[in-house]
Design a protein around this ligand. Structure first.
Ligand SMILES: [Zn+2]
Length: 253
């Protein structure tokens, strides 16, 4: 992220009520505890379950050591993670994936259509949704991150039980392209981890359109599909930027 962009974002966050927490704990639902680490506006979610622990997103590559330290503080040894789920091939989601795979042998899960982009280790084409996004896209499209070979490529959907070989582990991973061709969401009990399908708000509790989305109508349909079909039991939605978002807030988006 360029210095000017960073300064503007920092200024915005300074006037919001959001900025003070670097990490925060989320909700506990049916034996799945969620902890979220926030750094550089990117969320990393740790799911602690009786059947093993999962990481959703890996943040920016420069923050990996801090994230590992946070995991250890939560009592989770990185080498014991059942899987690391990267919702899509962007630098602020996939930055630490290679390191976790290489150093700790943790399998990386991602959407099959994003596999080649992850192997390239570079943000692909972005579809800006407005003026600010257009300005940001210019500097973000070529952003690099450590290239990573995906271990489990999700074609359409896959259960977390299949991914981890833990038959009791609930939850599903679904391909929901739009932000990128291989974007995925994770639905587990009454929670959904949505990557950049939408974002939370810096200031309010609302759900907001992500800055980069290729087809807005398709994005709206995907959100409806999540609400009414694959995530009809979901009460809390965890985007990868800001949030979490309640079901009511998402319905009012
Ligand atoms: Zn993204």
């Amino acid at each position: 992220m360029k210095l000017l962009q960073k300064l503007i974002l920092l200024l915005m966050i300074a006037i919001s009520v959001y900025g003070c927490s670097r990490s925060k704990s989320g909700s506990v639902q049916e034996e799945v505890a969620v902890h979220t680490y926030v750094k550089d506006f990117a969320n990393v979610h740790l799911l602690v379950t009786p059947y093993g622990n999962l990481l959703i997103e890996t943040g920016l590559s420069g923050n990996t050591e801090e994230i590992l330290q946070w995991l250890r503080e939560k009592g989770v040894a990185p080498e014991n993670l059942k899987a690391v789920i990267v919702t899509h091939a962007h630098y602020d989601h996939a930055g630490g994936a290679k390191y976790l795979q290489q150093k700790f042998g943790v399998p990386i899960v991602a959407g099959a259509p994003d596999s080649s982009q992850l192997l390239l280790g570079e943000n692909g084409k972005l579809c800006p949704t407005g003026f600010v996004a257009s300005w940001m896209a210019k500097s973000s499209e070529g952003t690099k991150y450590p290239s990573v070979q995906v271990d489990v490529a999700v074609e359409k959907s896959l259960s977390l039980a299949e991914i981890t070989a833990e038959p009791e582990l609930p939850g599903m991973v679904y391909l929901l392209p739009g932000h990128t061709p291989g974007s995925i969401v994770v639905v587990i009990n009454e929670m959904a981890f949505v990557g950049d399908l939408f974002r939370g708000s810096m200031i309010f509790k609302s759900a907001e359109r992500h800055l980069f989305m290729c087809d807005l109508k398709d994005n709206d349909q995907d959100i409806r599909y999540l609400l009414e079909d694959i995530g009809k039991e979901v009460q809390t939605f965890f985007p990868s930027h800001f949030g979490p978002v309640t079901r009511e807030a998402l319905e009012n988006m």
